[in-house]
Design a protein around this ligand. Structure first.
Ligand code: GDP
Ligand code: MG
Length: 768
């Protein structure tokens, strides 16, 4: 099968084109470097099917970043049948810089002028014919988004792929032309493939090239001596770049005719940036946006209307019966979005899904099982083991999707890239570059792709530090822990505000990450922070189609996980709680004699300083079990509570007062845990914090292992996670329970900082 490679600057629309061509739903976003992984698909509408490869977005073919290396090596070594160079037509000159380099390779090239819809909309026009003449390769106007011109592009590419093309360079007419020509002839004499490309790179003193062509190097140096230049003082890399830009602006600029000649006028994007990336306002605006997102997702009192206007609750309105249930179906619907306060869209969707869909469905299904006449243990396994586990997990689909939708909007619009840019200044102080921010934000979605994305970090130590703190950016799967425990705290103790608790826990994760990075970068992972260079993409209105593709991806992933790994773990946990060490079946109320209880009670004391250990009495082991189950998948934590809820109710014989104990809701399950164990609020918060900062799920651990490469680095990473979570949770629990312990922690911190400073000073002295 023929292979066509898509190459272009970040954000030129490669992924969008790739998706349109291959019909797959690969991730599309504004992150420079999101496509570090090679992705391929098949385009079927040419004379024969062709394979399309989405190369990483790059600005040049110099080997400074992993992306550049990947793209360069792919074209040189794998020799695609054609390179489709995608050029963002709204940013022509800058994009053509890469084009001039690709043209130097001996490979068929077609230039795709993308975003022509946007160019036309702004009233500008591009003379594609003229551009084609001057570049010497076909140029096709397309819009990856509107899917126009794609067939023509592919037909042209297919046609070109049958030809043999020899590299050409715009540097030929520059003062460097002779020099490059001579080196090229020398390389050709040695039968080097792509002689022109290598010649240019050798002249540029590209490191890789210098190592590859050691024999030719002295000759190049000889040639260079004859070359006189005053401006760049022998910096040939700068010379070459300058020559390229000069050529581009004198030969290609005329291709574009702007509607308004007034170049001093700021574009909309620049205007927006004046505010959004403002020196002082940038970060506060970001925080407000972040809070807004959480409020819209979890807020039970939209815009605090309920508080401000003291709106009446459903009970006040007499719409509930004695049991506290809605009196009719209309009220049930009303209750999904109103109860003394208007609920945010996220909560509303959540209520509809849980109360009217999942709850009803599993309630009905559970009823069928109940009446089926099966053995009691089978009914228990199905209802309390399987159904409760699955429905507890499914019940978190809405908040995850809503939160993820907001993050996708931020990413697709181009705002995320700005945040990285704003935060770079701050990050530098902690010893990271703004580049590290992208994987961290991705961590809010899932640690696995986030860890893989750290490949864009040039420095190994920076990379290790980043991989280690990524799990602290609470992922989608940890969200249920936050919402269920926060919801239970509000419902059970009647204090606080669920969205504020959730938001603060996210902040806690971020702060922990910062502190840990600081610690690591000043002790075991010391090093320079590489400079951060990034082009800010113009703002785009996020595309509905892309957003839906993201969401679908997420849903698929989540549901698949619910029905495989989580289902399996809930069954195992149910079994371990219903069998004793001599394999006799146990009723719900005998849970304390179960295998699981036995093992968990052994380790329970370890968690005493964290507030969920021995002080919780004989049933306190449930928290230990949940946390351990979370090591498989974080969704398991709440699923485990849901599985155990019925047992605890049976043991304690507590009237769980109105709690639908075998219902779907994770919040109810956590309330049951609180009733049965008497855990305190600081203990609960410490429990959340522990789960957020401890060893992440299996998948993330495996990824960390693969990404870190070095075995001992990986082992230390596991130790780091355990220690970090233990310390963070202990601080929260002790300070939350006895405020004065904060002084002890402060003294300990001061001591630690003093030790580090002294150690570093000593090390510095030794160096001198
Ligand atoms: P990549 O970084 O090169 O993979 O670029 P993406 O495919 O992620 O696209 C970056 C942004 O440009 C996204 O917001 C796309 O929706 C947008 N985009 C891509 N192609 C077009 C196009 O033809 N017209 C317009 N107006 N926007 C586009
Ligand atoms: Mg992309």
């Amino acid at each position: 099968m023929k292979r066509f490679a898509l190459a272009g600057n970040p954000n030129c629309g490669k992924t969008t084109l790739f998706n349109s061509l291959t019909g797959s739903t690969a991730h599309v976003g504004n992150w420079p470097g999101v496509t570090v992984d090679k992705r391929d698909g098949v385009y079927k509408k040419c004379a024969e099917p062709v394979k399309i490869i989405d190369l990483p977005g790059i600005y040049s073919l110099s080997p400074y970043t992993p992306e550049e290396l990947i793209a360069r090596n792919y074209i040189l070594d794998e020799k695609p049948d054609c390179v489709i160079n995608i050029v963002d037509a709204t940013n022509l000159e800058r994009n053509l810089y890469l084009t001039t380099q690709i043209l130097e390779m001996d490979v068929p090239v077609v230039v795709a002028l993308n975003m022509m819809d946007a160019v036309k909309k702004s009233g500008d026009s591009i003379n594609a014919k003229l551009l084609e003449e001057r570049l010497g390769v076909p140029v096709v106007e397309i819009s990856a988004l509107k899917e126009t011109g794609l067939k023509e592009l592919m037909d042209k590419a297919f046609n070109e792929s049958k030809k043999i093309r020899e590299g050409s360079t715009v540097l030929e007419t520059s003062p460097l032309g002779h020099l490059i020509g001579d080196v090229k002839i020398a390389l050709k004499g040695q039968n080097v493939a792509n002689p022109l490309f290598h010649a240019v790179k050798l002249v540029e003193q590209d490191e890789i090239e210098a190592n590859m062509h050691k024999e030719t190097l002295p000759m190049v140096e000889e040639f260079k001596k004859t070359f006189n230049d005053e401006i760049f003082g022998g910096d040939f890399e700068a010379l070459v770049a300058d020559a390229r830009y000069k050529y581009i602006s004198s030969n290609f600029a005329s291709v574009l005719s702007k509607k308004s000649k007034d170049t001093t006028k700021m574009s909309k994007s620049d205007k927006a940036d004046k505010v959004l990336t403002h020196k002082w306002w940038g970060i506060p605006i970001f925080l407000v946006i972040l809070f807004g997102i959480f409020h819209l997702t979890f807020g039970e009192d939209l815009l605090f209307l309920g508080k401000i206007f003291s709106l009446p609750s459903l009970e006040d309105l007499g719409l509930l019966n004695e049991d506290g249930d809605p009196i009719n179906f209309g009220v049930r619907i009303l209750a999904t979005f109103y109860d003394g306060a208007v609920m945010s869209p996220g909560v509303w969707i959540n209520n509809v899904w849980n109360d009217l869909i999942v709850g009803e469905f599993f309630g009905w299904l559970g009823g069928l099982v109940e009446e089926s006449g099966m053995a009691p243990w089978a009914i228990g396994l199905i209802n309390n083991g399987i159904f409760d586990g699955i429905s507890a997990v499914l019940s978190f689909l809405p908040p995850i999707l809503v939160l993820f939708l907001f993050f996708s909007i931020l990413e697709d619009s181009g705002y995320m890239a700005r945040i990285a840019f704003i935060l770079d200044r701050m990050f530098r102080r902690f010893g990271l570059s703004g580049r590290a921010f992208m994987p961290m934000i991705m961590g809010f979605g899932c640690s696995v792709p986030a860890m893989i994305n750290t490949r864009t970090l040039a420095d190994d130590k920076e990379r290790t530090a980043t991989v280690r703190v990524i799990p602290f950016f609470s992922c989608g799967a940890k969200l249920p822990i936050l919402t269920a425990v926060a919801g239970a705290i509000v419902a059970f103790f009647g204090v606080g505000n669920a969205d504020v608790i959730t938001f603060s826990m996210y902040l806690l994760g971020i702060v922990t990450a910062i502190v840990c990075v600081l610690l690591m970068r000043s002790t075991t992972l010391k090093g320079e922070t590489p400079p951060f260079i990034m082009e800010l993409p113009t703002y785009h209105v996020p595309q509905f189609k892309n957003l839906m593709a993201h969401l679908w991806d997420k849903t698929k992933h989540f549901v698949k996980k619910a029905f495989t790994i989580i289902l399996a773990s809930t069954i195992v946990i149910w079994a371990l709680t219903h069998f004793s060490f001599n394999w006799t079946f146990l009723e719900d109320e005998q849970v304390n004699e179960s295998i699981l209880a036995g093992i968990a009670q052994l380790v329970q004391p370890i968690f005493t300083p964290l507030g969920f250990g021995s002080q919780l009495g004989s049933l306190g082991w449930v928290f230990v079990v949940a946390a351990v189950a979370g090591l498989i998948a974080k969704e398991n934590v709440i699923a485990t509570f849901a599985t155990l809820a019925a047992c605890l109710a049976a043991v304690t014989g507590l009237d769980l007062g109105g709690l639908a104990i075998d219902a779907e809701d994770g919040i109810d399950a956590v309330q049951a845990m609180i009733q049965a164990t008497g855990i305190t609020i600081p203990g609960l918060i410490a429990f959340i914090a522990f789960n957020m900062t401890t060893i992440p799920c299996f998948a993330a651990v495996a990824t960390a292992k693969a990404e870190l490469g070095n075995k001992s680095t990986y082992h230390w990473t596991l130790v780091f996670w355990l220690v970090a979570s233990y310390v963070v949770s202990a601080i929260i629990y002790t300070v939350g329970s006895w405020w004065w312990t904060i002084f002890i922690w402060m003294v300990a911190c001061a001591g630690l900082v003093a030790c580090i400073i002294m150690r570093n000073k000593k090390a510095a002295k030794r160096l001198n």
